[in-house]
Design a protein around this ligand. Structure first.
Ligand code: 5GP
Ligand code: ZN
Length: 139
C-alpha cells in the first residue's frame, strides 16, 4: 500500500523524480538530497511501512540483500574505503521521514562524516538487568 501523503512513497514509485542508482520490483535506491558523504544513498521499499517494526519480513530481508549488492557497487564505483549502514526508527533516533529507509553512507579516510557515537562506560549489574528485560520481552 502507498501512503498518499508520503514523499518517499512518491519517490520510490517514480511519481517524483530522483537520482536513482538501482531499481527492482520492490525497491528503489536513490541518492540522498543532503548527503553525509559523497554518494550517500537511501534504499526505499516501494510499499509504505513507517519503520523496521511494521516492515514485512520479506521486505526486511530484501533490504539487506539490496544493501549488499548496491553497497558493493558503490565501494567499487566511488573508491570509498568503508561504508556505514544506518537505519533510524523514531524521531528520538533521528528519523525524519516516516517511511522505512536504509542509509548507505560511503566512507573515505578522514571524511569526518558524523555517524560514530561517543562510547560510555557500562555497569555490569545494570547490563545484566537490561539484558534480562530484553530476554523477557522476547520470551
Ligand atoms: P532519516 O533522518 O529519516 O533517517 O533520513 C531521511 C533522509 O532523507 C535524510 O538524509 C534526508 O537528507 C533525506 N531526504 C529527505 N527528503 C528527501 C528528498 O526529497 N529527496 C531525497 N533524495 N532525499 C531526501
Ligand atoms: Zn511511504
Amino acid at each position: 500500500m502507498k501512503d498518499q501523503n508520503c514523499i518517499f512513497c512518491k519517490i520510490a514509485n517514480g511519481e517524483i523524480p530522483s537520482n536513482t542508482v538501482y531499481e527492482d520490483e520492490n525497491f528503489r535506491v536513490i541518492l540522498d538530497l543532503s548527503p553525509a558523504s559523497k554518494g550517500h544513498a537511501l534504499i526505499l521499499p516501494k510499499e509504505h511501512a513507517e519503520n523496521l517494526f511494521t516492515l514485512p519480513e520479506e521486505t526486511a530481508q530484501g533490504a539487506i540483500l539490496v544493501a549488499k549488492k548496491v553497497g558493493a557497487a558503490m565501494m567499487e564505483a566511488l573508491s570509498c574505503t568503508g561504508l556505514n549502514l544506518v537505519q533510524n526508527n523514531g524521531a528520538s533516533a533521528g528519523q525524519t521521514v516516516m517511511h522505512f529507509h536504509l542509509h548507505l553512507i560511503p566512507r573515505y579516510d578522514g571524511d569526518g562524516a558524523m555517524v560514530q557515537w561517543e562510547p560510555h562506560s557500562s555497569d555490569p549489574a545494570e547490563q545484566e538487568q537490561i539484558a534480562e528485560k530484553i530476554r523477557e520481552a522476547l520470551a
